[in-house]
Design a binder for this molecule. Structure first.
Ligand code: ADP
Length: 608
């Protein structure tokens, strides 16, 4: 498996190498092998039927030269007409079968892409940026689709026609055939020159397009921040740079085309000229008939049509092969499909299999120093643990490691003795769900949005989940109830509702462990508290790790862990920590509005 680094940056998703591309294309053909074979056969028959006309025209010339009657000429002319009709019908049928093959294959590529994208580790997507993923899923797949629909079938037909035409000239006269092939060498060299450069040039163009999409998407998504911090100029500069790189990559591919096309135009005339010159000499010497020379010249003239198609389409094929390489590259992104390994089956809730152990964990983001400096933590199944601490202490990072989104640099995070990073994506998602403040509302109804977590859940369960997060009344009050369409075109909802929907999903997903990273931060305090309690009742028996900025969450928990500077500095029950008079106790006092015992507060322990 070979992969090329992509110019868009070290974090970009990989691009499939030629060997993988060939395998992928072959696999797609084999999946619909009968249709592909039928397309080949029909096109071959159509091309063969197309060969008859020049041949018979040559025969007509010979008949006229030999002084035969008009009856023979008429018969030949009718035969030409018959074959022209047959060619037309065969070509139409071939196109029909070819298009159906193309559409089915495109659908397979799309489905595979979505499956692969969903299987990607979230950290790989975060590193690469969603712009690249979206550009590949939209623009690149569309380019592959155009090839499958038009360029591919056209190229196939043209290639078959070209081979048949050259073959026919050889059958007419091997010497004339050699002349024709010698005349084609110019085209061969021009094409080689072009193809050697085109793949890389089109890959660079695709990468530049992705980068531009990424920059624009990031600017649009962060428009408010950009405005608030007056970053317009910087974003404009970033866009201008990306546009500049896109422009240069386009100029490069344009240059390649601008050399290839004129050279090809001139090259077309060469085989015809060669055959006419050599044919004249050979006819003079009685080696070939006049009819054969005319038929050969007509064939080679006719060759310009499939060659034209090949020329036009090969350019498109190059660009879509680069697109296909980017689409297939997803299969090589950071282990989207972990090798199947026997996974321990988690026992029922409360049994020792589900124990979470964090041992000596250190973690650093790329290019930064450690943000976790040796975290040790053990959470028994069914326990409710609150994690508190100042902003930047590493709480979110710990949550990400527990959810398997990132892997520790040193130490281990295990669930039931199995490293979280070894769990397959499917198992991981059933085992642990991380809910953060970032909520996405999917295009679709309220029902669709909640049922993502459990596609077969009946409405009754949906209602229980919505009630648990305090959103049932709201949902019932919507114009179409659970059927109300959400999203920009439908009913718009605010962050609070989006957060409630995300929490309702967790209730439906019913994982063994839930990590709530300030997941109720957008709710008002009363609703948040109510929601947390309702959730706790529904999630009874599940392990719940809540990263909290409101201390009532900590008080309601079985145990509280205090994080400071990438370490857990205190851990115990609320009562024990308050009694110990440490950082948490000071915080608790200030939360209640009491003055610190010695006058000195621990202001800022809880950060947002
Ligand atoms: P908390 O949740 O306690 O506020 P975080 O886990 O979010 O803390 O952050 C811990 C440290 O890691 C902070 O210094 C933060 O700046 C840094 N950090 C967080 N996310 C990233 C990231 N994606 N890349 C680099 N540094 C990060």
């Amino acid at each position: 498996m070979t992969s090329r680094p992509e110019p868009a940056g070290p974090a970009a998703l990989p691009v499939a190498g030629p060997a993988r591309l060939r395998r992928a294309a072959w696999h797609l053909i084999r999946l619909d092998g009968r249709a592909f074979a039928l397309v080949l056969l029909l096109n071959a028959l159509a091309a063969a039927a197309g060969l008859v006309a020049p041949w018979l025209l040559g025969a007509i010339v010979d008949e006229v030269e030999a002084g035969s009657g008009t009856a023979a000429v008429d018969r030949l002319a009718w035969t030409i007409l018959g074959f022209a009709l047959a060619q037309f019908l065969l070509a139409r049928y071939a196109a029909h079968v070819g298009h159906r093959f193309g559409e089915r294959t495109l659908a397979r590529i799309r489905e595979q892409y979505v499956d692969r994208a969903l299987a990607l580790p979230a950290s790989a997507v975060e590193r690469a940026g969603t712009g690249d993923l979206a550009a590949r899923g939209a623009g690149d797949i569309a380019a592959v689709g155009t090839t499958l629909r038009d360029a591919g079938p056209d190229l196939l037909i043209a290639a078959i026609q070209a081979v048949f035409i050259i073959g026919a000239v050889f059958v007419l006269s091997p010497v004339l055939g050699l002349c024709g092939v010698a005349g084609l060498t110019g085209i061969w060299f021009a094409l080689r020159w072009y193809l050697r450069r085109a793949h890389g040039a089109y890959l660079a163009e695709g990468a530049a397009n992705s980068e531009l999409a990424e920059v624009i998407a990031a600017t649009a998504a962060g428009a408010r921040t950009v405005e608030a911090f007056g970053l317009e100029q910087r974003r404009n500069d970033a866009c201008a740079d990306a546009i500049e790189r896109g422009y240069r990559s386009r100029m490069r591919t344009l240059y390649l085309r601008s050399v290839l096309f004129p050279v090809m135009d001139v090259s077309y005339a060469l085989p015809v000229v060669g055959v006419l010159l050599a044919g004249g000499v050979l006819y003079d010497r009685g080696v070939v008939s006049l009819g054969a020379v005319i038929a050969a010249a007509l064939y080679l003239r006719q060759l310009s049509q499939p060659l034209d198609v090949i020329l036009m389409r090969i350019e498109q094929l190059q660009s879509s092969m680069a697109s296909f390489a980017r689409v297939e590259g997803l299969a090589e992104a950071d282990g989207p499909v972990p090798a199947p390994r026997p996974e321990p089956v988690p026992g029922p809730h409360g049994d020792a299999d589900g124990r979470i152990e964090v041992a000596g964990v250190r973690f650093a983001y790329a290019g930064s120093p450690d943000v976790l400096n040796g975290v040790d933590l053990s959470v028994r199944p069914g326990e409710r643990l609150a994690v508190v601490g100042p902003s930047g202490a590493g709480k979110t990072t710990l949550g990400r490691l527990l959810a398997g989104l990132d892997t520790p640099r040193a130490g281990a995070v295990t669930v039931g003795g199995v490293p979280v990073s070894d769990l397959s994506p499917g198992r991981l998602r059933r085992q642990i769900v991380l809910v953060t403040q970032e909520h996405h509302v999917f295009l679709g109804s309220v029902r669709d949005n909640v049922r993502i977590a459990a596609p077969d859940a009946p409405d009754s369960e949906l209602r229980v989940a919505l009630a648990a997060v305090g959103a049932e009344e709201w949902a019932d009050g919507l114009p179409d109830g659970l059927d109300t369409e959400l999203g920009d075109a439908g009913h718009r909802i605010d962050g609070t509702r989006a957060q409630q929907l995300a929490l309702a999903r967790v209730v439906l997903a019913d994982p063994h462990t839930v990590i709530l990273d300030e997941a109720t931060a957008l709710l008002d305090p009363a609703t948040a508290r109510h929601t947390e309690r309702a959730l706790a009742a529904l999630l009874a028996g599940r392990t719940v790790i809540a990263i909290a900025h409101r201390l009532h969450t900590a008080r309601d928990a079985d145990r509280v862990a205090v994080m400071e500077g990438g370490r857990i500095t205190e851990c115990g029950t609320h009562e024990a920590l308050v009694a110990s008079g440490g950082a948490y106790a000071a915080l608790w006092r200030s939360w209640q509005g009491l003055p610190p015992p010695g006058g000195a507060g621990r202001a800022g322990l809880i950060g947002r």
